[in-house]
Design a binder for this molecule. Sequence first.
Ligand code: PEP
Ligand code: MG
Length: 322
Amino acid sequence: ALERYASIRDKPAISTDGHTVQLTMNAGLMADLPSLENSGAEGVGLFRTELQFLVRNQMPRRGELAALYSRVLDSAKGKRVVFRTLDIGSDKVLPYMKPNDEPNPALGWRAIRVGLDKPGVMRMQLQSLLRAAKGRPLSIMFPFVAQYEEYNQACLALEKAKHRERLLGHPVPEDLQVGAMLETPSLAFAPRKFFEEVGFLSIGGNDLKQFFFAADRENERVRRRYDTLNVSFLSFLENIVERCEQTDTPLSFCGEDAGRPVEAACLAAIGLRSLSMRPASVGPVKSLLRRTDLGGLRDVIHDARDRGEQSVRSAVEAYLDI
Ligand code: PEP
Ligand code: MG
């Protein structure tokens, strides 16, 4: 697949009406990094750090993690890598952490909730990231932030980690970007001040969609019932785009839908101009974007919505001739 798209690998994802879309890739293991060059991705929009914790049978040490993150930055050769702090709990249980018996793990004690309640691991991870950067630009993203306060607390933990690193004589990156994943509907309605303060937002479409429709992302039966191109969901995403535009907040989308060409084109059409996806999707998504009039597609989406359709999919497919 990578060969098939080799001719556009170094070309921008620019629509026929002149909108540029930034395409980045999702990663989680060192082995994913070579794809950064092969795929034509402009950076790593989502580095899922929990994978490193899941593939071993004891908690990694700070030195090991710092060495690993440093190698990731080396291999990225100056392209931006957005490190997402540990997103464990729910479906991702660490073999060396006592599993919680929760009736509803997806709605349970997971991700940033664990990070804030048991700050030891998060502190260790933040220090590893700072240490790994060795003064190079660094981007850190907190997962599953449901309210402003959680973001503030996470930032406070980061400030402490920076302070500790300075005391130990290690450099702290001057270019340190801090953001949050928007994957619970509540965060879309956070106070404007949150949008003004957060460094960037990335929509975790997998979780956001599951919570928007109250449909388990792991449950085929209900998952397939709700289309990502459902007009309610697209309107919701458009609201998020609008709030980010009003506050100049950089926004991207990193759920699996970003890697599906038709969905990706629709996301770009409603204003999501930065998409992060599995490496093999970069070529197909770019190829479709380069032959799409995003303004025209936006009108098609709005017309279908105004006609009262449940999903814009068939109108979009007709328009894109797919
Ligand atoms: C998401 O929820 O869309 C996301 C990117 O994170 P994960 O799939 O790891 O939950
Ligand atoms: Mg998620």
